[in-house]
Design a binder for this molecule. Structure first.
Ligand code: SAM
Length: 289
């Protein structure tokens, strides 16, 4: 049976017209703000990525609202009508299945076009898996880069990681659990033995944080194909100059798997060295003139 929570104290103040981008829980239903409940109860229309998921949340708080699906597929068709309703002064809320809309979730074009036509666009902040994971990772947070979902196939994923490797910031990834093991393995190859954290099932019953170097996490059998949802955070690379020996060792390892050009790109990204120099060295190591 769906969880039933005590009725919240809703604000009696009327809701101003506009598009409300409302964060919802990422697991624990109590992680919703009173303001989010005010908006969901007062909106003329709640746009939901999956109306069944949002209906459960609303039911738990005894809120009845007009729900309409707004996902990748429905968006193109529905947007002109939604924008027209906003222009008429309606109060419209946008929610996703979990966390903050637009953060690897639908809504970007709607927010952009609503703002362009002069509608008020109002954030109702709350949970996001990325920030929840960062807040407990114990990795540097003064600079971080949200990288979203890595590509599904290994070659594209490694190229994606190579582009991110030189950036001096903690890197935040979303990943499906079925690909977690493969992604960690590719991260270990491209980023080297950086510290990382896998945050699983945040705010839920089986919340788990796995901390360690990427090579150790990639070899951890409990992370090969766990259940639930995960965020991966990778610490910034060390800004120390790699020695020629380090470069040769990394090149030799990469050349055992890939050709000289790709080996040079990988090592350049991982060690912050010049790709052309590494390519010449890779050819020399392979005995090519
Ligand atoms: N908009 C959401 C947010 O603000 O966090 C993210 C939506 S994205 C489609 C879903 C991904 O977020 C999952 O694949 C997982 O990487 C991450 N995620 C969502 N809930 C999570 C949780 N409770 N614990 C860990 N990761 C979670």
């Amino acid at each position: 049976m769906a969880e039933k929570l005590p009725p919240p104290v809703l604000s009696a103040a009327p809701l101003a017209p506009g598009l409300y981008v409302v964060a919802t829980p990422i697991g624990n239903l109590r992680d919703i703000t009173l303001r989010a409940l005010d908006v969901l109860a007062g909106a003329d229309l709640v746009l939901a990525e999956d109306t069944r998921v949002s209906a459960k949340l609303l039911a738990a708080y005894g809120i009845s609202a007009k729900l309409e699906r707004y996902d990748e597929h429905a968006a193109e068709r529905a947007r002109p009508r939604i924008l027209a309703a906003l222009a008429e002064g309606r109060r419209i809320a946008l929610v996703s299945d979990a966390g903050t809309p637009l953060i690897s979730d639908p809504g970007f074009r709607l927010v952009r076009e609503a703002a362009a036509q002069g509608a008020a666009v109002i954030p109702i902040p709350g949970a996001s898996a990325s920030l929840a994971a960062l807040s407990v990772a114990g990795l540097p947070t003064d600079r971080f880069l949200f990288a979203g979902f890595p590509p599904p196939k290994s070659a594209g994923r490694r190229r994606f990681f190579q582009e991110l490797a030189p950036i001096h910031a903690s890197l935040v990834f979303y990943e499906g659990v079925s690909r977690l093991g493969a992604s960690l393995a590719d991260m270990a190859v491209v980023f080297g033995p950086r510290e990382a954290v896998v945050a699983r099932e945040l705010t839920k019953l089986y919340e788990t944080l796995s901390r360690g170097r990427l090579d150790a996490l990639a070899a951890d059998p409990t992370l090969a194909a766990p259940k639930g949802e995960v965020v991966i955070i990778v610490a910034p690379g060390e800004a120390v100059a790699a020695s020629a020996q380090d470069a040769d060792a990394a090149l030799a390892e990469a050349l055992s798997r890939v050709g000289p050009a790709e080996a040079a790109s990988e090592v350049a990204a991982a060690l912050g060295l010049n790709r052309r120099d590494l390519y010449r060295r890779a050819l020399a190591l392979k005995g090519v003139r």
